[in-house]
Design a protein around this ligand. Sequence first.
Ligand code: TGC
Length: 400
Amino acid sequence: MSLAHSSADREAAAAVDPSDLISFDSLLSTEELALRDRVRTFVREEIKPNIAKWYEEARFPIEIVPKLAKLGLLGMHLKGYGCAGGTAVEYGLAAAELEAGDSGIRTLVSVQGSLAMSAIAKHGSDEQKQEWLPRMAAGEAIGCFGLTEPTAGSDPSAMTTFASRDGADWVLNGAKRWIGLANVAQVAVIWAQTDEGVRGFVVPTGTPGFTATPIEPKLSMRASVQCEISLENVRLPDDAVLPNASGLKGPFSCLNEARYGIAWGTMGAARDAFEDALAYSKERLQFGRPLAGYQLTQQKLVNMALEINKGFLLALHLGRLKDAGKLQPHQISVGKLNNCREAIEICREARTILGGNGITLAYSPLRHANNLESVRTYEGTDEVHTLILGQKLTGVGAFR
Ligand code: TGC
């Protein structure tokens, strides 16, 4: 049965990009659109045909790393050292396309570029940058970022990993948890308490005493890998410390980068779930008519489209502020909190349109929703970002 009853209906439906009701694309430059389309093509050709299998097998597809490097997506917002030197908006557009494939794929690029490479680029010595950044940009070395601990998640100031001095060396002891890519990484940026406050350390993962063990089984981020790290008398030379980071603002400045990317990425997942549900609603007959012809279905689809359009506008606004050097941390919390929250609702609502088929891996919404449980938890939970904004609004901190 045709849904568009007249040729005018059909032409109107054909003219609309369902994910862009407001001409969002007109806000992007030719270069930005070209970059977005390159990443979209990569995701369509390399990720979408395989993601259900990777997810089912809980397999991190490490073979895509060189392809991501070739696209210039590893540390793409960094300048020099073989990095692409892209803008914040370009990075955001890429994050959205990658997460339309799967949050685990966007997480790979985030952990490598926004966390591990950013930490070295922002806080490292020239030697540390020369040693690691070109290889990381080329995908020849993978990095991870060890901040969270088994008993210090939302409150990193409670970390117990300690780096003590032994002659000219540093010796690290402790544990980290939920560390993306740690078991495949060649280098880990490890944050630890010291006698002089929190410092960061560049730790080659082959150093004796460093062990990374994947956390499994997981119900979320199954095409990605998160690990427990054990640090037992990990001995490092004096120059392993990041010279330009002292205190928690060191790691927090890297979290800003990753949280910014999440504001974009989550909308990519939401868009993909919405498009799956929209396509299904036009095909699937119920009570003799396509689902799309029912008012309740249309309301669901419209509500999803509104939030996707608003979420992308918010992400773009934050990106333009970032490129102008004006983005403030609490504004990143607006994007991270809002877009995670809306994306997970959109994916769950999309699943309802798919009915029972929505619980299979043949469709994306529930996979995205499951992934977004992790995304709303890492890089600052919904609760942490709510309290960051609550503090900004009221002037009163309510964390402790
Ligand atoms: P507070 O006293 O507020 O701040 C300590 C110092 O840090 C500065 N600061 C920031 N600097 C830059 N950007 C930000 N967003 C910053 N937020 C704070 C602050 O100015 C201060 O500097 P200074 O010079 O005065 O020392 O610290 P607090 O402990 O009271 O903070 C509270 C809270 C809750 C906001 C903070 O602890 C927080 O953001 N918690 C969430 C932690 C989090 O996001 N963890 C995620 C870890 S990474 C991860 O999950 C891995 S996921 C990817 C993967 O590996 O797969």
